[in-house]
Design a protein around this ligand. Structure first.
Ligand code: FNR
Length: 383
């Protein structure tokens, strides 16, 4: 029986070859930050109010002016199309059906155009800056032409995080059968059959660019470290402004200083994120960073919390601490592995039902009723 996101995770573990599941599920190095993203939520307990009329509840909101039925954004996840064929298209359609927002990764299997043609707006496009600025510019132009609403620049991949599980599994793109994964692939023939319906098994946005080697498979780290530009700095935000007129969202902010700089550079929204514990290990849990960022921003930009959301109550805590909405990565990928588009919709239903119930039991029926007084900040902090 599937009651919660952890149940979906167990289904995903069974359905995916080990290398694909661990690519999704794992984090960097000792996975301290991966765990901290979860444990941060345990540091906040609720202060519930009784005898409040909660017969009508409302978790709708707006993010950069887009109306959402639930404060959830599907985060950019590279290679989602290896979890299920047409994975990015299915997830984008699921988000639209459930009134959530979908963000397409630069490193997707389905292309910018394929996703926009299949799923209704609003869509966001996540950008990595390539050493070859011609490629970067063309990605931005393609996103504009396809109608993506906002550009989400990820700023925490100066070098690929050290994901030892991927290295041990020899995770490469396109995936190949080798002596060491042969038995595991045999046990997951269902996945092999499903993937035969996939349009491709590599980074779709770069097929035409010549950036991908023609014959060889690549490791994610090898490919990205060759292509991503580690010299990117604040002045590049101005360059981006000159080629993109819509909103710019920065993903990967983890301290007050950068939050202030982001606002000074005219960024419309920023995402408090440690890349789901996949980049710099020993960053604190994202929720632990949220209050300092919200305070630094002082309402001059929207703040989104990303990392570790597994329950609707997690979303409620983040919003009480000042987030406008929450981004989720793995939860929807587990759903995608379990049952394609229906599985992603199930993951969103689980979270939004839990949000609804939490709002009722907390005596705060609308998101606008949430503030820090809904939480006990003192109890566990002082231990
Ligand atoms: C990611 N993430 C990510 N972020 C990004 O900006 N560009 C990307 O291409 C990817 N790729 C990616 C792949 C996979 C498999 C995962 C799990 C994650 C990070 C993602 O957007 C988000 O920050 C985290 O997933 C949030 O943490 P949770 O919700 O997974 O705990």
């Amino acid at each position: 029986m599937i009651c919660n996101i952890e149940d979906l995770r167990q289904r995903a573990r069974r359905r995916l070859p080990r290398a694909v599941f661990e690519y999704v599920d794992g984090g960097a190095e000792d996975e301290y930050t991966l765990g901290a993203n979860r444990s941060a939520f345990e540091r906040y307990l609720f202060r519930a109010r009784a005898l409040v009329d909660v017969s009508t509840r409302d978790q709708s909101t707006t993010v950069l002016g887009e109306k959402l039925a639930t404060p959830l954004i599907l985060g950019p996840t590279g290679l989602a199309g290896l979890v299920a064929p047409w994975g990015e298209v299915l997830a984008a359609k699921a988000a639209a059906n459930k009134g959530a927002l979908f963000t397409l990764s630069t490193m997707s299997i389905c292309t910018i155009e394929e996703v926009a043609a299949a799923a209704p707006p609003p869509l966001w496009f996540q950008l990595y800056v390539w050493k070859d600025r011609g490629i970067t510019r063309s990605l931005v132009e393609r996103a504009r032409a396809a109608g993506y609403r906002a550009l989400c620049l990820t700023v925490d991949v100066q070098d690929m995080g050290n994901r030892e599980k991927d290295r041990r599994n020899g995770f490469i793109v396109p995936p190949r059968v080798t002596l060491s994964n042969f038995l595991d692939v045999l046990r997951h023939l269902g996945w092999v059959m499903r993937m035969s319906r996939s349009p491709r098994a590599t980074f779709g946005n770069f097929i035409e660019t010549g950036a991908l080697p023609k014959k060889d498979a690549v490791s994610v780290a090898g490919f990205t470290n060759r292509q991503f530009d580690p010299s990117v700095s604040w002045k590049d935000i101005e360059w981006l402004r000159s080629i993109w007129s819509g909103p710019i969202v920065l993903k990967g902010i983890s301290c007050a200083e950068d939050a202030r700089l982001a606002v000074e550079h005219g960024v419309q929204a920023l995402i408090v994120s440690n890349h789901g514990g996949r980049q710099l290990d020993f960053l604190p849990g994202a929720l632990d960073v949220l209050p300092e960022v919200v305070d630094a921003v002082e309402g001059r930009a929207e703040v989104i919390l990303d990392g570790g959301i597994r329950r609707g109550s997690d979303v409620v805590k983040a919003i009480a601490l000042g987030a406008r909405a929450c981004m989720v990565g793995r939860p929807f990928l587990y759903g995608l592995a379990h049952d394609g588009q229906a599985g992603v919709e199930l993951s969103l239903d689980i979270l939004s039902k839990e949000i609804d119930r939490t709002l009722a039991l907390l005596g705060r029926p609308r998101l606008a009723d949430l503030d820090r007084s809904a939480l006990r900040l003192d109890m566990l902090h002082s231990q």
